[in-house]
Design a protein around this ligand. Sequence first.
Ligand code: UGA
Length: 441
Amino acid sequence: MKITVLGTGYVGLVSGVCFAAIGHDVTCVDIDDSKISLLQGGEIPIYEPGLSELLAKINKSSINFTSNLSLALHECEVIFLAVGTPEGEDGVADLSFIFEAAKQIARSSTSYKLVVTKSTVPPGTNFKIRDLIRRENSNIEFDIASNPEFLREGCAISDFMEADRVVIGTENKRAEDVLKSIYTPILNGGRFGSGKAKFLATDIITAELIKYASNSFLAAKICFINEMADLCEIVGGNVNELSYAIGLDKRIGDKFLNPGPGFGGSCFPKDINAIVNFAKSNNCHLSIIESTLKSNDHRIKKMARRVLSKLDSLGGKKITFLGLAFKGGTDDVRCSPSIQIITVLLQLDNTIKIMASDVCAIEGAKIALRDLPVKFEADMYLACADADLIIIATEWEDYGKIDLLKLRESTKASTILDLRNVLNAKEVRSAGFVYKCIGIT
Ligand code: UGA
C-alpha cells in the first residue's frame, strides 16, 4: 500500500518507519526542511531506541522523506495525519496544524484518499476534517478515519510491532478494509512482531474517545498508587509489595502501578486537560479525571517540600538530581516531574544549589531550565561529588545499576532520596548511605 505520513515527530516518524518495515511504500512529509534533510541522509532527529537501526534495515525504495506534500499526495491512497496538537492557552487542544494539513490535502489531491488521523484530537474533530475537505474541494473523493496511537516514547517500535490492539474508527467498510489490510502484518496471526494485536473497528467518535480514555485511565492508575504510597508512609506499609500484590489480580493488572514523583510527558497532562475541557463544554463533569490532574499537581509540590525538609534535616544546600527526562528511555523533558520539582524548589528557597545529570536529556533540560541557576554534569558520579543530597528523579536503568561503592567514594552526600524506587534499599544502606524512597518507611 502507498502511504503518506504527515508529520515526522515521535508518532509520525515511528509509524512511518514501522509501516515501511512491515512492507508498505511510505513517504514521510514535514514542513521542517532541516528535519527532512537529516532523514534523507539516514539520520533520525529524535531519540528513540532502535529507530535508526530499523530505518537502516529498510529497503531505501520503501521509504522516502520530503517537504513537498503535493508530490507525496499524488502517489498515495492513504494519508496518516500525525501532526502536533499542542495544548492551547485555555487547556483546549490546538488543532490548527491538523486543519491546515486537511486544507492542503483538499487542494492537492486528484484521486481517492483515505485521510486517517493519528494525532490525538478531541471527539468530533474527524468530522470537522471531513467537512473542511468537502468545503475546500467538492470534487475530491475521500473517506476519513480515526486511528489513535498508543506508542510510548522509549519503546515505541515494540509498541507498534507488538501492539495489544489496533483501533480504527470509520464511516464505511471501504475505509475499514483499507486500514485492516495496512495493519494485517501485525494483527493476530500476522507475520511481524508478535502478531498478537486485536483489530477493533468502531465508529469515529468512539475511536477518538478510546485514546483519551486510555491515557486518562493510565494516569489515574499512577495517581492511585502514588496516593497508596502516601498512606503506606504514614501508617508504615510497603507500597512496592502492595503494588505487586494488587497487580497480580488480572482485573487490576500489574502495569502502571509504579509509584513515583507524579506523571509527566507530552501526552498525559495535555490529553487529560483536553478531555476534561471537552467534557465541560458538553456539560459533562469528569470528576475522576479532574481529580487525577489535581492529585498529580499536588504530588509535584509535595515532592519539592519533601526534598526541602530532607535538606533542612541534613543542614546542607547542595542537591544533585539524577534524571531530568520525564521518564527513563527518552530525552524528552516536556512536563518532566524532575524539572517541575527543581523549579518549585528554587521558588521555595533560591539559595539551594542544584547540579543536574541525565543519561541523554541534558540538552533539553538546559533549555527548559535556562532561567534558573542550575548546573549540569553528564557523568553521574562527578555530578554527585559535591552534593549534600542525591535525588533519583527518573527511572533510567543506569541509575538502578549505579555502582554504589564507587558512588560512596565519589560523593560527600550521605543520603539518597529515590523518587522512583529503582534502588535496592539493603544494598544502598550497606554501601553506607541513608536511603529514603517512595511509600516505604
Ligand atoms: C503515553 C501512553 O502510555 C501511550 O500509550 C500513548 O500513546 C502516549 O502517552 C501518547 O498519548 O502519545 P508516554 O507519554 O510516552 O506514553 O509515557 P508513559 O510511559 O505512559 O509515562 C507517562 C508518565 O507516567 C511518565 O512520567 C512516567 O514516569 C509515569 N509513570 C508511568 C509512573 O509514574 N508510573 C508508572 O507505573 C508508569
